[in-house]
Design a protein around this ligand. Structure first.
Ligand code: NAD
Ligand code: DAU
Length: 336
C-alpha cells in the first residue's frame, strides 16, 4: 500500500534514479511515475525503456526550466529528486554545470514544491560531510557538520541547505537522505567499479588513484532505493536520514576483487596521479534510519553483489559500449 499515487522522479534515466524507478514499479503497482530527465551524457533512456507505458511516463526536460516545472508538477503528490551532475572528477575539470543543475535545479524544484504543496525528497550524498581519517573510530551521523571538499560535494551541500531553509521558512514538506557509494546495474562507466570492469572487458588496464588506500562505504543501489522509499513514505518532515550498509572497503581491495572475479592477475592495473582534494574515507552510521524507520539493507554480501555486477556488465555491453570511448577520452584529457 503506497501513500503516494503520482510521483515525479527527477534524474530517473541516471544510475540510481533508474534503479529507483524499477524498484517502485516492481513493488508498488498503484504508483504512477513521471520521470523528468535532461538526458545529459550520464542519462540513458534504455535503463527504463521497458517500463514506459501506463505506469511510467518520460519527459525529456531540464530541472532548471521553471515554466516546464509549473506545467508538469501540479497533480503530482511527491517529487523524488535524484537529478544531478554526480561525478567528482568532472566537477574538478569544469565546475559550472554542477552549479546550474545541483544548486539552481534544486532551487527551481523547491519553488514548485512550495507553489503546489508537493512532498519533496532530496537525494544527497555522504560527501557533504567531508572525509574521515583511516583510523578515526567515528562514522558520519546526521549531526556531523557539513565540510565538503570538491566542487561536486560543495554544490550538493548547498542544495541540502536550500532544502532545509525551504522547510523552515516556507513549510515545504521535505526530507533529505545522504547515502554512501552505490554500486549495481546501470551505473555510468566513468565511476570506479564500472570503469574498472569495462576497462578489463575492453583490454584496457584499470586505473587506481593515489595510494589506493582511500575507503568508500559501498551499498547496493537497491538498498538505497528501499531507504529512499522508506523515508519518503514514513520519514518525519524536516528530517535528515543517513543511508549506509556497513560496506567499508579500500579502493585497492575493491580493484583486486574485480580482477580476481574476472580471472586477471591482482597486479594487472596502473597506478595513476591522485584526484586533487581526494577524500580519504567515508563511513555511514545509519542507526537513525534503522531504529526509527526499521529499515534494513538486503544486499549485505559485497562479494556476491560485486560478482553479479560484473556479470551484468558482461551481459549488457550494448548498454555501456556507446559511452565508453567518450568517458575514457575525458579521463585522458583530465590526466594531462
Ligand atoms: P547519474 O550521473 O548517474 O545520473 C544523473 C541523472 O540526472 C542523469 O540521468 C542525467 O541525465 C540527469 N540530469 C543531470 N542534469 C539534469 C538536469 N539539469 N535536468 C534534468 N536531469 C538532469 O547520477 P547518480 O549516480 O544516479 O546519482 C543520483 C543522485 O544520487 C545524485 O543526486 C547524487 O548526488 C546522489 N548520490 C549518488 C551516489 C552514488 O554513489 N552514485 C551516492 C549518494 C548520493
Ligand atoms: O559517497 C557518495 C559519492 O560516491 C556520490 O555522491 C558520487 O555521486 C559518486 O560518484 C561517488 O563518489 P566517489 O568520488 O567516491 O566515486 P568514484 O566512483 O568516482 O570513485 C570511487 C573511488 O575510486 C574514489 O576514491 C576514487 C577512486 N577511483 C576512481 C576512478 C574512476 C580510482 O581509484 N580509479 C578510477 O578509475
Amino acid at each position: 500500500n503506497a501513500p503516494f499515487h503520482n510521483i515525479m522522479v527527477t534524474g530517473g534515466a541516471g544510475f540510481i534514479g533508474a534503479n529507483f524507478v524499477h524498484y517502485v514499479y516492481n513493488k508498488f503497482p498503484t504508483v504512477h511515475i513521471t520521470v523528468l530527465d535532461a538526458l545529459t551524457y550520464a542519462g540513458n533512456i534504455d535503463s527504463i525503456k521497458p517500463l514506459l507505458g501506463n505506469r511510467v511516463d518520460f519527459v525529456h526536460g531540464n530541472i532548471c526550466d521553471a515554466n516546464l516545472l509549473h506545467e508538469l508538477v501540479p497533480g503530482h503528490d511527491a517529487i523524488v529528486h535524484f537529478a544531478a551532475e554526480s561525478h567528482n572528477d568532472n566537477s574538478i575539470a569544469d565546475p559550472e554545470p554542477f552549479l546550474a543543475t545541483n544548486v539552481e535545479g534544486t532551487f527551481r524544484l523547491l519553488e514548485v514544491a512550495r507553489a503546489y504543496d508537493v512532498r519533496f525528497h532530496q537525494v544527497s550524498t555522504d560527501e557533504v560531510y567531508g572525509d574521515l581519517a583511516l583510523d578515526d573510530p567515528n562514522k558520519f551521523t546526521e549531526k556531523t557538520p557539513y565540510n565538503p571538499s570538491s566542487p561536486y560535494s560543495a554544490m550538493k551541500a548547498s542544495s541540502d541547505m536550500l532544502v532545509r531553509a525551504w522547510v523552515r521558512t516556507f513549510g515545504v514538506r521535505a526530507t533529505i537522505s545522504n547515502c554512501s557509494n552505490n554500486y549495481g546495474p546501470y551505473q555510468h562507466v566513468e565511476k570506479f567499479i564500472p570503469r574498472t570492469i569495462t576497462n578489463i572487458l575492453e583490454g584496457r588496464r584499470p586505473k587506481l588513484y593515489g595510494d589506493g588506500r582511500n575507503v568508500r562505504d559501498w551499498i547496493h543501489v537497491e538498498d538505497h532505493s528501499s531507504g529512499v522509499w522508506k523515508i519518503l513514505t514514513e520519514g518525519r518532515i524536516g528530517q535528515t536520514y543517513l543511508i549506509g550498509a556497513n560496506g567499508e572497503r579500500s579502493n585497492i581491495d575493491v580493484l583486486r576483487s574485480i580482477l580476481r572475479v574476472m580471472g586477471k592477475s591482482e597486479d594487472d592495473f596502473d597506478w595513476v596521479r591522485d584526484r586533487p582534494g581526494h577524500d580519504r574515507r567515508y563511513a555511514i552510521d545509519a542507526t537513525k534510519l534503522r531504529t526509527e524507520l526499521a529499515w534494513r539493507p538486503e544486499h549485505t554480501d559485497f562479494d556476491a553483489g560485486l560478482k553479479k555486477t560484473v556479470q551484468w556488465y558482461i551481459d549488457n555491453e550494448a548498454w555501456w559500449k556507446p559511452t565508453k570511448a567518450a568517458a575514457e577520452e575525458r579521463y585522458r584529457q583530465q590526466q594531462q
